[in-house]
Write a protein that binds this ligand. Structure first.
Ligand SMILES: Nc1ncnc2c1ncn2[C@@H]1O[C@H](COP(=O)(O)OP(=O)(O)OP(=O)(O)O)[C@@H](O)[C@H]1O
Length: 267
């Protein structure tokens, strides 16, 4: 039932071809991955480095296509760049020559909105993430956390139904990370938007998500999917005190560790 799902990954395999010493070689990054992502859910993808998490996001965004199987977004097979999808990557990708406000309203500008309308539309988001007063700053005049906030609201202001986030808080210090995780939840709660979040941080994945999907080492397959039963709204700062948190964390970690151990033995 496509009305229930935002993204349907159906038996997807991906083989990348590379050239080594003049020879073409194939590398299987994903093998027969199926995953039904429900409308409005927050799902995290975790697993060893190189297991194909970003490749799944790229397929959903239409930046690359599966070698086998198919991906449906809102019931439509992805064959080119997907519409209605926001993508937040690890790098903030802000334009250095534009001020913060001109960066976060860039997409609205492309949509033909005038400067006054753009400012009005983005003002509540700027206020919500504490960037008020920094509208005229250039990216190099902002901290890493501020740049990350700007890049997230640049995506949110376009009001996408689906948001793909690839290790968005990766380069940040632990305190800023936690603050941003809480801000992200506060921004997302009640919007009905679907979020697919890639992370290496297991606590982050549990704190934010409705479900966590664990991938095997390459070629990536789905190893397990966990429901995260903790009530919302969540308090990211204290989530590790909730009953059941440690057990769930240990269970998921043991799945991931199994994959890491296998990778190490084979290396
Ligand atoms: N365009 C490409 N050409 C060739 N190989 C690729 C390409 N994109 C990804 N790969 C390979 O596919 C595998 C999966 O990559 P991907 O970036 O999806 O993994 P990941 O799970 O997101 O990794 P990480 O957690 O380290 O970011 C890796 O071995 C990577 O080198």
């Amino acid at each position: 039932m496509s009305e229930t799902y935002s993204i349907q990954v159906q038996n997807v395999s991906k083989i990348f071809t590379t050239q080594k010493k003049g020879r073409i070689e194939g590398f299987m990054a994903l093998q027969n991955v199926s995953l039904q992502i429900r409308k409005g859910e927050f799902i995290s993808l975790v697993g060893p480095s190189g297991c194909g998490k970003s490749t799944v996001l790229n397929h959903a965004a239409g930046l690359s296509l599966p070698s086998e199987g198919r991906i449906l977004v809102n019931g439509q097979q992805v064959k080119a760049l997907s519409v209605g999808i926001g993508y937040v990557t690890q790098e903030d990708n802000l334009f250095p020559w534009r001020t913060m406000i001109d960066n976060v309203t860039y997409g609205l500008e492309l949509r033909g909105m005038n400067a006054k309308q753009r400012r009005e539309k983005v003002a509540p988001l700027i206020e919500k993430v504490g960037l008020k007063g920094f509208e005229g700053h250039y990216p190099h005049q902002l901290s890493g956390g501020m740049r990350k906030r700007a890049s997230i609201i640049r995506t949110l202001v376009l009001d996408p139904e689906i948001i793909l986030m690839d290790e968005p808080f990766g380069p940040l210090d632990a305190q800023t990370r936690t603050l941003l995780q809480q801000e992200l939840l506060d921004l997302w709660e009640g919007t009905g938007k679907t979020v697919v979040f890639v992370t290496h941080d297991l606590i982050e994945s549990i704190a934010l998500s409705d479900r966590v999907a664990v991938f095997t080492k390459a070629p990536g397959r789905i190893k397990s999917i966990y429901d995260i039963p903790f009530p919302r709204p969540r308090d990211v700062f204290n989530i590790h005190h909730i009953d059941g948190f440690n057990d769930l964390h240990d269970q998921i970690w043991s799945d991931i560790r199994g994959e890491l151990a296998e990778t190490k033995q084979e290396a």
